[in-house]
Design a protein around this ligand. Structure first.
Ligand SMILES: Nc1ncnc2c1ncn2[C@@H]1O[C@H](COP(=O)(O)OP(=O)(O)O)[C@@H](O)[C@H]1O
Ligand SMILES: [Mg+2]
Length: 279
């Protein structure tokens, strides 16, 4: 890629279990397949799901003699200082040091945030070029973005998280005049509950104008998005991992969802390819 600074993708949502780590892994492998140089940072020091996913990938590739593309993974340790101000300064320095190194060496840096508000997560939001927030198909999840009127879905009040993104946007604009492309993607949409699906769609359509994000279709609820975790694989890897013969129609549909998501993200240097069922 001709750009001289890596594009930073942050997976953020102050809620656990919405699909940040799962989506991160699928985005990472999609980018790797297109030969981008990708670095990852897992800021969820408690669960480390992304880190574990990638570890599983390394182990599986080794034990099965597979040449799978790998991202380079980095960790940021928490500060061991005692005072809050010292902790913040120390973490800011660690963060800046790591990022300045990664910006120069990679095309993409993918940062996976925990489902809570931490200092590192705030720093990550402040440098995001693309912020991806997966939400499950429920009004409980939408409530994390804004409170809406029950009848017409008009925004009544922004949530804490939206305010935080707003702060990050201001910080970013002041720092380098950059902007954050905030994308809210639906995750785990069910094919069964058409009514709820339509309502959530209406609410998100209303919300995107008021809260200034782009709302994209995202991913359906599918076993294939979770069952490959122990092997560290995604369905984007099928051709490279001898899993091809197990490909079903649902898998083909899932691949199309992933490609659609990658297109919708509108990332620099990403060139869409024609989807073929055989691939
Ligand atoms: N589209 C999906 N279909 C099925 N299961 C999913 C999907 N997205 C995520 N999951 C599962 O939901 C759980 C939470 O996902 P995860 O990516 O760990 O969320 P987060 O990182 O936001 O906490 C995991 O068990 C994961 O395998
Ligand atoms: Mg996670």
């Amino acid at each position: 890629m001709s750009k001289n600074k890596a594009h930073v993708i942050v997976m953020g949502n102050e809620k656990g279990g919405s699909g940040k780590s799962t989506t991160a892994m699928h985005v990472i492998v999609s980018l790797l397949k297109k030969n981008f140089r990708v670095a990852t940072i897992d800021l969820d020091s408690r669960q480390q799901s992304l880190h574990r996913y990638i570890e599983n990938r390394q182990n599986y590739a080794q034990s099965h003699n597979l040449r799978l593309r790998m991202p380079d993974t980095y960790v940021l340790d928490r500060s061991d200082k005692n005072q809050l101000d010292d902790i913040r300064a120390d973490e800011q320095e660690r963060f800046d040091d790591l990022l300045s190194e990664l910006w120069a060496r990679y095309d993409y840096v993918v940062i996976d945030c925990p489902g809570s508000d931490t200092h590192y997560a705030r720093l990550a939001h402040g440098i995001a070029d693309t912020l991806i927030t997966p939400v499950n198909d429920s009004f409980v999840d939408l409530d994390l973005i804004a409170q809406v009127h029950p009848d017409n879905f008009k925004v009544e009040k922004l949530s804490l998280y939206s305010e935080r993104v707003w702060e990050a946007r201001k910080k970013r604009a002041m720092k380098d005049r950059g902007s954050i492309d905030w994308i809210v993607m639906r995750n785990r949409t069910s094919s069964l509950d058409a009514k709820n699906k339509r309502r959530v769609h209406e609410a998100l359509s209303q919300l995107q104008k008021r809260v200034a994000f782009r709302y994209v279709t995202g991913l359906g609820e599918r076993v294939i998005y979770r069952e490959l975790f122990p092997k560290g694989l995604t369905l984007v890897d099928f051709k490279d991992s001898a899993e091809t013969e197990k490909m079903t129609l649902s898998h083909v549909a899932a691949r199309q969802e992933i490609r659609r998501l990658m297109e919708d993200l509108n990332l620099p240097g990403w060139i869409n390819t024609v989807v073929t069922a055989a691939e």
